[in-house]
Design a protein around this ligand. Structure first.
Ligand code: ARG
Length: 401
């Protein structure tokens, strides 16, 4: 049995009901924790609600800076886009929430932590595995997964226990942080339905975005963004700034058929203006400074890194092993990238780096070129040797009876 539980608390119906339900089921004290990852909520009223429902103590932790520096920046270096589309914004936040749950459990002498994830998603993996990896002695509870109440029964339970229920049943399931906003369920569950206008909150509709392009210059050092338009920003402010400019230009809307780890194929939508813009710029700068062999190998490493993060395995040592390679290559990812933001598209239109492997003298078509074209005379037949031979064999085969 457990006697004190630290619950990750969002202020929503599920985790509010969880305060009461856990208290009743385990006769345990409930400490609530809300982690500020940049979701722009009213943390004061979340705290008040926690106490009203029965928490004995509430913590609000501002973890924005840690999130940007230790979670988002590595994702930028890894060009993290799950299944080529999703910047793993929700996925990145979960292991940090787990870390804070464990920290507060230690401070409070609690023997369990709890979260409001259902049994159908990826978030349960991310929180539980991270919490267990950080402290295997803690019990991890998932009330929403265990209580077996339908939505109606949950609302009934809430009313019976004086838990405030907002009038409008929520149309979508939403999660947001600095790196993006995830919107799922409701009418989106039919993959043929175009997202309704009310799905989008952060971004201007591309057709309503300004008729003139906005140019944005991002400066990178060691693979991470440090300046925008020549002005230095700390990590959180930089991401917020790019989010603002890119969303005004309608950038970052994503509509994705996604493969969850539990096997469900699901239709997900996202708004990730800064993530889409910054990763586009970072990828481009890597293409300027890394050679083709480094780039093709890094793609494998990046995909592996992104999969681990998506799949709840942030604490797996392989993530850090992969980062050794990612960080090494990113020592040279330094310089400036210029983007043209226009009606939903962020297009790189210029790049520059002290570590550029682009050599004008070899690339140019003008007479100053130092590239010796006569070398290609021998290179072409050797490069194509096996292709030509294979074709000859195949055509002989198709002619034979
Ligand atoms: N499908 C995304 C992921 O697994 C988003 C999850 C959003 N979570 C939520 N509670 N709405 O990362």
């Amino acid at each position: 049995m457990v006697s004190k539980i630290v619950l990750a608390y969002s202020g929503g119906l599920d985790t509010s009901v969880a305060i009461k339900w856990l208290h009743e089921k385990y006769s345990a004290d409930i400490v609530t924790l809300t982690v500020d990852l940049g979701q722009q909520e009213d943390f004061k009223s979340i705290e008040e609600k926690a106490y009203k429902v029965g928490a004995i103590k509430h913590y609000t932790i501002d973890a924005k800076e840690e999130f940007a520096r230790d979670y988002i920046f590595p994702a930028i270096k890894a060009n993290a886009m799950y299944e080529e589309k999703y910047p793993v914004s929700t996925a990145l936040g979960r292991p940090l929430i787990a870390k804070k749950l464990v920290e507060i459990a230690h401070r409070e002498g609690a023997d369990a932590v709890a979260h409001g994830c259902t049994g159908k998603g990826n978030d349960q993996l991310r929180i539980e595995i991270s919490a267990k990896a950080l402290d295997p002695s803690l019990t991890v509870l998932a009330p929403t997964r265990d209580w077996g109440m339908s939505r109606d029964q949950e609302i009934e339970y809430a009313k019976k226990h004086g838990i405030p229920v907002s009038k409008a049943a929520k149309k979508y399931s939403i999660d947001q942080n600095l790196w993006g906003r995830s919107i799922e369920s409701g009418p989106l569950e039919n993959p043929w339905n175009a997202p309704e206008d009310d799905v989008w909150e952060w971004t201007t509709a591309p057709e309503k975005a300004p008729n003139e392009p906005t140019f944005l210059e991002i400066t990178f050092k060691g693979g991470v963004p440090i300046k925008v338009d020549g002005k230095s920003f700390d990590p959180v402010a930089l991401i917020q700034h790019v989010n603002k400019i890119a969303s005004l230009n309608g950038i970052g809307r994503i509509d994705h058929m996604e493969d969850r780890i539990v096997g469900i194929k699901s239709r997900e939508t996202y708004e990730c203006p800064a993530a889409v813009t910054i990763i586009e710029a970072h990828k481009d700068l890597e293409k300027l400074v890394l050679n083709r062999r480094e780039l093709s190998f890094k793609k494998l490493v990046d995909d592996k890194w992104t999969f681990l993060v998506y799949a709840g395995l942030w604490e797996d040592p392989l993530r850090e092993d992969l980062e050794a390679f990612i960080n090494k290559t990113n020592e040279r990812v330094e310089g400036r990238v210029r983007l043209r933001l226009y009606k939903g598209t962020a297009m790189v239109v210029g790049r520059d780096s002290p570590y550029s492997v682009y050599d004008f003298k070899t690339a140019t078509y003008d007479s100053s070129s130092t590239f010796d074209q006569s070398l290609s005379r021998g290179f072409v037949p050797l490069w194509g040797l096996q292709t030509v031979v294979s074709r000859k064999v195949l055509s002989r085969k198709s002619e034979s009876p």
